[in-house]
Design a protein around this ligand. Sequence first.
Ligand code: DC
Length: 228
Amino acid sequence: MIPIIIAIDGYSSTGKSTLAKALAKILGYTYVDTGAMYRAVSLHALRSGYIKGEGIDVASLVSDLESIEISFVLGENSTSVVCLNAEEVESEIRGMEVSSCVSRISAIPQVRSFLVAQQQLMGVKKALVMDGRDIGSVVFPEAELKLFMTASEDIRAQRRYDELLAKGDEVDFESVKSNIIERDHRDTHREMAPLIQTKDALVLDNSCLSPQEQLDWVLEKVRLITSI
Ligand code: DC
């Protein structure tokens, strides 16, 4: 089977990473969660005091970028977890504090260029499943398979809410939902690399699909492409 790049983009909490992880496992591909990279930079900005209310000290963050090292290691159950300067920060980057500033951080052009360059290097050998917001449009416009994932707002908010509760976070449903709506708005309206559905992407609305149904649907597409 020829190795390919699978680019998965879509709205927040549409289950991109769940699908991407399952695909990577079955195909023996590398999985990269680019949202985790933007979240790790956001955590660094928070810890460094660069985020003050609605304002961001962009100049300080940008001058600091080269000192930020983001890596992925295998954590429990052999799932990939993100590290910020060798410290495992997987749980911390998923909390509401990071979620509340990550769309603003990811709109900074220098942050995007810094991370996109690293992401492109990860695809040199193909055999890659990468998820995010600009993978099919900017990072790998030549990806052999592009998916665009979507689902109803309520279903996405419920999934994210359940995930945070299971982690022990104290959250209320309405603030989780408004954070998702706000992030989608920022992600689709920012100037550089906004979330778009490219013409060659296959749309996957998973509002009423189980993880297995989604996986079977995508694997069929992969088989068609790799058997040509
Ligand atoms: O996938 P996620 O929800 O963990 O992503 C967090 C934020 O990072 C999201 O609101 C938008 C941003 N992001 C981005 O701008 N580009 C990517 N390739 C991935 C994520």
